[in-house]
Every structure is written in structure tokens, then in C-alpha cells.
Ligand binder design. Sequence first.
Ligand SMILES: Nc1ncnc2c1ncn2[C@@H]1O[C@H](COP(=O)(O)OP(=O)(O)OP(=O)(O)O)[C@@H](O)[C@H]1O
Ligand SMILES: [Mg+2]
Length: 317
Amino acid sequence: MIRVESLTKTFGNKRAVDGISFCVERGEVLGFLGPNGAGKSTTMRMITGFLPPTSGKVTVGGFDITEKPLPAKKLMGYLPENAPAYTDMTVHGFLDFAAEIRGLRGDAKKSAINRVVELCFLASVLHQNVDTLSKGYRHRTCFAQSIIHDPEVLVLDEPTDGLDPNQKHEIRQLIRRMGEKKAIIFSTHILEEVDAVCSRALIIDRGNIVANGTPEELRQKSEWAGAVTLCIQGVTVAAIQEKFNMLRSAKKISTTTNGSHVTVTVFPRTAGDGDLTREVIAATTGWPVERLRTEEGRLDDVFRSITMPDTAGKEVK
Ligand SMILES: Nc1ncnc2c1ncn2[C@@H]1O[C@H](COP(=O)(O)OP(=O)(O)OP(=O)(O)O)[C@@H](O)[C@H]1O
Ligand SMILES: [Mg+2]
């Protein structure tokens, strides 16, 4: 439904998006991750036709966003960054306006408004002016606008930004449900959201895609994937280190002590290596092991290891 090919955007001598390509199919929720300034919003603005690309191509439902913007935009809902809205309208007025420009009239319009008011929990602020709304309600109003025409494609720039924990949960559930039938791309800085909502995640750094896979595949890239953590009582740290350092699949060992308890994490030489757990269990035969668990891998660790701290766009050479 969304096809992005060699998409590039430069601002002056800054290359914000550097020739990226990816697809999003119906039934997919793609999480778009990356540090501040990585190029997420710029990519989304180009996908939705708000910003012309410097080069490259975007098609939505088979329609080129530059050559056939109208049919492409009809298929799409867009929640821009910082949830802009017409502040002198009431929430109902704004949604009515959004429905009208999407071509909805009469009963169809009424039921579309009722549907999004319910989905986005807006009933209590329906007649309040948008400029007097709290940040979370303003965000939800703008989210409601993006789904008013029940589009097949949704582009959501940080849809849970500024929401309270209950609302974050509701909106994630909603995105996941909608993702069963639609093609959705959404950006986020909350890594737990990737697990909760996405079928696939894409990490972008300085305008380039640096990782693309299911949350499970990404976690497997973490040095924590397959690490074994166990708690042992009454054995010295030196004895523990000596034994675990000899394991074939172990790369490094970290220990913390609390009285006579030692908590040890043994990291695998190869991320995700299942042999390490067996080797650790065999090596501790006869030792008083209290707890032992194999780690799944951590998305924040993957994110940190593959993205650089300073990502304010790449200079064009
Ligand atoms: N209109 C513009 N003019 C000049 N530079 C711009 C413009 N829009 C974006 N940029 C630059 O492009 C780069 C990418 O910005 P973008 O907003 O896409 O990042 P982002 O990944 O969405 O970051 P964040 O997580 O902070 O929202 C940044 O260096 C930004 O300063
Ligand atoms: Mg952004």
C-alpha cells in the first residue's frame, strides 16, 4: 500500500533523508524509530505529499503522490507532528470540517464523527475550543481527524506523544486493531510501543535505514539476546568467574554481589546463541543456584548500539 523508493530530501546542504526504500503492506503496522533529527517526520511529510522529495518516489495504493496526489491522499489519514489543528474551532466544529473536506455529508458525516469521538474519547470536550484543550486532548482531536474517513493507509507521527498512560494504552490498542486491515506507519520514541503494536520496525539514523525487521529479529541483535542471568549463594566471585570464563559460548561476564549472593550475567559470543544456557546449567551442577533466566534481548540496547548520538542531518558532500 505504501511504496517508498530511493527517497531523498535535502535542506540546503543538509541531507535529512538519504535515499531510503521500504514498503508497508495492508495488515502491517510499521514502527518508525530513530533519534531526534533522524528524518522520520521529513519522510512522513513526503509520503503524505506535504513536502516534495528532492528525488525518489512514493506511491500510495499504486498512486504516485507527486503525479496523482488526489487519489493517493484520499486513501490516507495523517497525524502530523505536534498535532496542529484550527484553534478557533470547537472539537466538534473541527471534526465536522475534517469530515466535510473528506467528502462526508449528512448521516455518513454524523456517524463518522460519532465513531471517532468514541474511539478517541472526546465526548467530554466536544464543545470546547481547540485552543483551550490540554495537550493530550488536542493530540487526540488531531488523531480523530486522521481516521475520520476510515482510511486504508495511516501515517501517524508520534501518535502517543503527550498522552497519559491510560490513553497511550487505548491508542496503542486502537492502532493494533486498525492495523489488521490497514497499512499503518507510525513513529515513536517509546520502544515498548514497538513490542506492543508493531509487526515490523524500521530504525532510521541520519537519513538512512540502519535496521529493518520484526521486534523479535531486532531484539536478537542485542548483546543481551541469549545472555544468561543467575543468582548463586555461597560461591566466591573468583570461583564463578573462573568457571564461566571457560565456557565456549561465553563472551563476557558481569557480576554484582549482595552479601553472600552473587548475581551473574554471562553474555553469549554470538547474540541469541541458545547453547550458552545449556553450558551455564552444566557448569553450575552442584552449586546452589537460586534463579536462572535467559534474556530475550533489549530493544533499547539495539537502538543505542546502531544509532549515533548526534544525528542532526547529514552534510551533502
Ligand atoms: N524545513 C526544514 N528546513 C531545514 N531543515 C529541516 C527542515 N525540516 C527538517 N529539517 C532537518 O531535517 C532533519 C530531520 O528532521 P526530522 O524532523 O525529519 O527529524 P525526526 O526524525 O522527525 O526527529 P524528531 O524525533 O526530533 O521528531 C533535521 O536535521 C532537521 O533539522
Ligand atoms: Mg519528528
